[in-house]
Design a binder for this molecule. Structure first.
Ligand code: GLY
Length: 383
C-alpha cells in the first residue's frame, strides 16, 4: 500500500507536468484556476522565479524523465541574466534553486559559474557599518538603504555554498555577519521574529524593528518565522556557531508552541482574529523544511524536531493538498502571500516548492542528500 506521502509525491509530479505544459511566465500565485505571474516592474519581483525551477529539478530527480529535465534546463537558463541584477536581495533563493540544484542533480558543474557570479552580486548589498545585507531599494518615495528583513536569512545559503566552492572566505564572512545582525535585531526573547529592521545606513545604528507582512509591529508573521528557523539552522550547519543553533531551537520551540490544532499556521501567530482568519500553507511547508534542517544539525534533539515536521507534513497532505487536478494547478491551497495587501487564499509557488522539498526529505533521502547536502546533512528516516 502506498503511503500518504508517496501518493502526495506522485500527484504533485503529475501537477508539475501539467504546469510545465501550460506555463509561459514564471508563476507566483494560483487563483481562479490559473497561475498568475508576480509583478516584475521592480527587480525584486523576480524573487519567486527559482521556486518553479526548483520544482522542475526535483520532479526530474524523482522520475528521471528527460522531458522534465529539458524543462528544468530551459527555465533555469531563463534566469541566468539575473546574476548581475543588483536590484534584489533574493539572488540566493533564485540561484540556489536553479543553477546550484542543476549542478548537484546533473553532476554538470558548468551550471555553477552563474551562481557564483550571483553570490558576488548579492554581497554588493552589504553594509559594513551595520553589518547587514540591504533588503529593499529606494522606490522614489522612501530611501531603504537602512532596511533589512528576516526573509534575507534564506539567501545566505548561496553565499556559504559559493564560499566553499571558490575558497573565498569573504562570502561566508558576510553571511555570518548578516546572520549575527539579524539575530540581534529581529529575534525577540520569546523566540518570535519581527519582519524588518531599519538601521541608520551611515552609522549602522539600529533604529527600529517592525512588521510589513505581519499583523502588527509586535506580532509574528508565520512565514517570516519559518524563513528564520530554516535560515538559522543552515547558518549553524555552515559555521558551527552555537548562537545560531540556539536561535534556531528557540524559533522552532516558539513555532511548535503556537501551531493550531491542524498544525498549519495562521498567517500571523499573534493575529487577534484566530481562528477566524487566514491560513498560510506556505508557512507550514517552509516550517517543515526548517525543522528537517534543524534535526539534521542538532542530532542530539533530532526527534524533538522531526516528529512535528512529519505531523505538519501529514496535515498538509490530508487537508491542504489539491488532488486529481486535470490541468495546471498549485499543489497546495490556502497560501497567504500578504494578508495586509489582501492577497490570500490561493496557491503559492513557494508553498509548492517547499512542500515538494519536504516530501523529498521524507520519501527519497538519497535524492534529498544529493540535492541539498552533498556530503552534508542527513535526511530523516524514510517512511
Ligand atoms: N520573501 C517574501 C515573502 O515571503 O513573502
Amino acid at each position: 500500500m502506498t503511503s500518504l506521502l508517496e501518493d502526495a509525491l506522485n500527484g504533485s509530479i503529475e501537477i508539475i507536468r501539467h504546469n510545465l505544459g501550460a506555463l509561459e511566465e514564471f508563476p507566483e500565485s494560483f487563483q481562479d484556476g490559473a497561475w498568475k505571474p508576480i509583478e516584475k516592474e521592480r527587480a525584486a519581483g523576480h524573487w519567486v522565479d527559482g521556486f518553479w525551477t526548483g520544482l522542475l529539478w526535483l520532479a526530474y530527480a524523482h522520475t528521471g524523465d528527460q522531458a522534465l529535465r529539458a524543462g528544468a534546463e530551459r527555465w533555469t537558463k531563463r534566469l541566468a541574466h539575473l546574476k548581475t541584477n543588483r536590484g534584489t536581495h533574493d539572488l540566493g533563493f533564485i540561484f540556489t534553486l536553479s543553477h546550484v540544484l542543476a549542478g548537484r542533480l546533473t553532476g554538470e558543474s558548468d551550471w555553477y559559474e552563474n551562481a557564483i557570479q550571483a553570490a558576488y552580486t548579492l554581497i554588493e548589498r552589504y553594509n559594513p557599518r551595520g553589518e547587514y545585507l540591504q533588503a529593499w531599494d529606494d522606490d522614489g518615495i522612501r530611501k531603504w538603504a537602512g532596511r533589512t528583513n528576516i526573509d534575507l536569512m534564506m539567501n545566505l545559503a548561496l553565499l556559504y555554498w559559493a564560499s566553499e566552492i571558490t575558497g573565498d572566505a569573504a562570502l561566508a564572512d558576510i553571511a555570518t555577519r548578516h546572520a549575527r545582525t539579524s539575530r540581534l535585531a529581529l529575534l525577540r526573547g520569546d523566540g518570535s521574529t519581527a519582519h524588518v529592521a531599519d538601521f541608520n545606513p551611515a552609522t549602522g545604528l539600529l533604529l527600529r524593528r517592525e512588521q510589513y507582512q505581519g499583523y502588527s509591529h509586535d506580532s509574528c508573521w508565520s512565514r517570516g518565522q519559518a524563513w528564520a528557523l530554516y535560515g538559522f539552522a543552515t547558518c549553524y550547519r555552515h559555521t558551527g556557531n552555537p548562537s545560531f543553533l540556539a536561535a534556531a531551537q528557540t524559533l522552532a520551540d516558539y513555532t511548535i508552541r503556537h501551531l493550531p490544532p491542524d498544525l498549519v499556521p495562521f498567517w500571523d501567530y499573534q493575529s487577534p482574529h484566530i481562528p477566524d482568519t487566514y491560513r498560510d500553507s506556505s508557512a507550514a511547508a517552509v516550517t517543515v523544511c526548517g525543522l528537517v534542517e534543524l534535526s539534521a544539525v542538532d542530532a542530539e534533539n533530532a526527534a524533538r524536531w522531526i516528529d512535528p515536521a512529519k505531523r505538519i507534513l501529514h496535515s498538509l497532505c490530508e487537508n491542504y493538498l489539491i488532488r486529481d487536478a486535470k490541468g495546471p494547478s498549485s499543489l497546495l491551497r490556502d497560501g497567504a502571500r500578504s494578508v495586509p495587501a489582501n492577497l490570500m487564499e490561493h496557491g503559492l509557488i513557494y508553498g509548492d516548492y517547499y512542500f515538494l522539498e519536504a516530501l523529498t526529505a521524507f520519501t527519497r533521502p538519497e535524492i534529498y542528500q544529493r540535492a541539498f547536502a552533498p556530503g552534508g546533512r542527513q535526511a530523516p528516516q524514510r517512511e
